[in-house]
Design a protein around this ligand. Structure first.
Ligand SMILES: CC(C)(COP(=O)(O)OP(=O)(O)OC[C@H]1O[C@@H](n2cnc3c(N)ncnc32)[C@H](O)[C@@H]1OP(=O)(O)O)[C@@H](O)C(=O)NCCC(=O)NCCS
Length: 149
């Protein structure tokens, strides 16, 4: 159900965080996949990445720089790649990009990207400082040119 795509893994920025099949129930009245579904997949992908660095719970506090480059279609295999781009005192910023494998054509395209910020939280839901760890990267990743389907 989820074929590997080494070509995409070679150019996508970040680590593969989640992979999902775009289902008919996630489509909009026009027949393409609803943007809110894509955004929720991205939020989960970023939270997984942030949660590892935070060593615990995180909460989403900001979403910005969302760009929907191309539609996701029913039957596409959607892969979310995530990369930490900034570390604050309590916050972690993650760049998430989404690639869709058009299975009928055997081509993968970058369809969406965005920047998500999470705050490390404690059991009571209050913010907490990030645990010691490697320093954050120097800046946001350079986005590669995507392929046209
Ligand atoms: C997470 C929460 C506890 C943080 O408490 P807070 O008092 O707002 O914290 P602060 O304003 O001090 O901000 C905490 C950090 O987030 C950053 N931040 C806050 N809002 C931000 C935004 N919109 N975009 C980017 N970063 C933001 C701050 O710069 C700060 O970073 P730093 O500590 O690394 O310097 C609180 O905002 C909250 O509960 N929000 C709701 C979260 C939620 O329900 N998300 C949806 C479901 S997961």
């Amino acid at each position: 159900m989820c074929p590997s795509d080494p070509a995409v893994a070679a150019v996508a920025q970040g680590d593969l965080a989640i992979k999902a099949l775009a289902m008919p129930r996630d489509s909009n009245p026009g027949g393409d996949i609803f943007g809110g579904w894509i955004l929720s997949q991205m939020d989960v992908a970023g939270a997984i990445m942030a949660g590892v660095r935070a060593a615990g719970r995180v909460a989403t506090v900001g979403i910005e720089a969302m760009s929907f480059h191309m539609p996701v279609r029913v039957g596409d295999v959607v892969s979310c790649y995530a990369a930490v781009t900034r570390l604050g005192t309590t916050s972690i910023t993650v760049h998430v990009e989404v690639w869709a494998l058009r299975r009928a054509k055997g081509v993968s395209v970058k369809v969406t990207e965005g920047v998500f910020t999470y705050v490390a939280i404690d059991a009571a839901g209050g913010k907490r400082s990030l645990p010691p760890g490697p320093p954050g990267p120097p800046g946001p990743p350079v986005s590669p040119a995507s392929q046209e389907a």
